[in-house]
Design a protein. Structure first.
Length: 361
């Protein structure tokens, strides 16, 4: 037998398999190299959402609430508390080096300075009802839209003393706002009452509180994300999308629920009280600060609210167009808090003032 005859022969199929095997190794190597390169890039340039520390309340880690007898919760009178944000996420330099914004509560359990019950002669007095948006969570008192509204109206009404009372309370629903007005704020004899309506007002309050906590609290990341910044970015983006999807679902469902019917009843009741007591009542609708520059998800809900107000002869200011085409992130208090910041409050105050000064009842 010759040497040629004794040499093993490779089949064409064996050669093809061998080539595919090496190609697979090359693809895996290229993918691994790309991932390593991507990991280096995100680390060097700090790309992706940053893992900022969650907001907290001080001094005792909770909002100082008390319960009004036979009524809703309210702030403990004559107290001060604060929100504290991670300064690393304060790109506007708004909070200062300690990341704090303080809230001073007066003797009536409302944010702001003391208010004389008796309205001064010739004064124009406004009460702004609402939840955390009206309260101004994450913004200084002077920057919240009620205080800015006072400045705007005072400039347009130089012959009158203008007083705007911030009656916003965190976690409030529409029914709580009406109850607070009847139990505490009607004594101020307002000429105008505004009610800030946010799109989660028709959602169960417990669900709303849970969702807000989920947005702001820290979360348990996987062991892999502690090793790979790239994987950590993936996990944070996935979690944000899940929370957003849940908020979209519950908000849409709420406007086909009995809670939206309850909201409508409360708003009609406030309109009736306004006619009886001789003040003007205006609903102010705040949008959700997502996708304002394209693909806003709640157009039909805004239409549903404004149509109801029109049919019920209730003055309504929809702020969606005020914020249209603006990057939503530019209007956030902080990357960990999607409440409207001082820029958004300024825009809201101007729009509300323009409406009040030009629209007839």
């Amino acid at each position: 037998m010759t040497s040629e005859e004794s040499r093993p022969q490779l089949s064409p199929m064996s050669g093809a398999t061998n080539r595919w095997w090496w190609r697979g190794i090359a693809v895996i190597g290229a993918c691994g190299g790309a991932l390593i390169l991507a990991e280096i890039v995100v680390r060097v340039f700090g790309l992706g959402p940053q893992p900022f520390a969650p907001r907290r309340f001080e001094p005792h880690g909770a909002i100082p609430f008390v319960t009004i007898p036979n009524g809703p919760i309210a702030y403990r009178p004559n107290t001060t508390f604060a929100s504290v944000y991670d300064p690393a996420g304060d790109t506007r330099g708004y909070f200062g080096p300690n990341g704090r914004v303080a809230y001073h509560i007066n003797s009536y359990g409302l944010r702001g300075p003391e208010i004389p019950v008796r309205k001064p002669p010739g004064a124009y007095r406004v009460v702004c009802l609402g939840d955390s948006l009206t309260f101004g969570e994450g913004v200084k008192y002077a920057d919240a839209y009620p205080a800015r509204l006072q400045a705007n109206l005072a400039a347009a009404m130089p012959d009158r003393t203008v007083e705007v009372i911030n009656a916003g309370v965190q976690t409030y629903a529409t029914s709580d706002e009406a109850a607070l007005f009847l139990m505490r704020c009607s004594r101020f004899q307002p000429d105008l009452v505004t009610l800030g309506f946010y799109l989660n007002d028709a959602t169960d309050v417990r669900r709303t509180v849970f969702q807000n906590d989920e947005w702001t609290k820290s979360w348990d990341s996987s062991a892999l994300s502690s090793i790979s910044r790239l994987w950590g970015i993936f996990e944070r983006v996935r979690r944000a999308k899940q929370l957003q999807k849940e908020f979209l679902r519950t908000t849409r469902e709420s406007f086909d629920s009995p809670r939206w019917s309850d909201c409508k009843t409360v708003l009609q009741g406030m309109e009736k009280v306004s006619r009886e007591d001789g003040f003007r009542f205006v609903v102010v609708v705040f949008p959700v600060f997502w996708h304002l520059d394209g693909g806003y998800p709640f157009e039909e809900i805004h239409a549903k609210i404004t149509t109801f107000c029109d049919e019920a002869s209730i003055d309504c200011v929809d702020l969606l167009e005020t914020y249209r085409n603006l990057p939503a992130e530019s209007l956030w208090v902080h990357p960990t808090d999607r409440h409207p910041n001082e820029i958004a409050h300024r825009l809201a105050a101007k729009r509300i003032a323009d409406y009040l000064l030009t629209a007839g009842k």
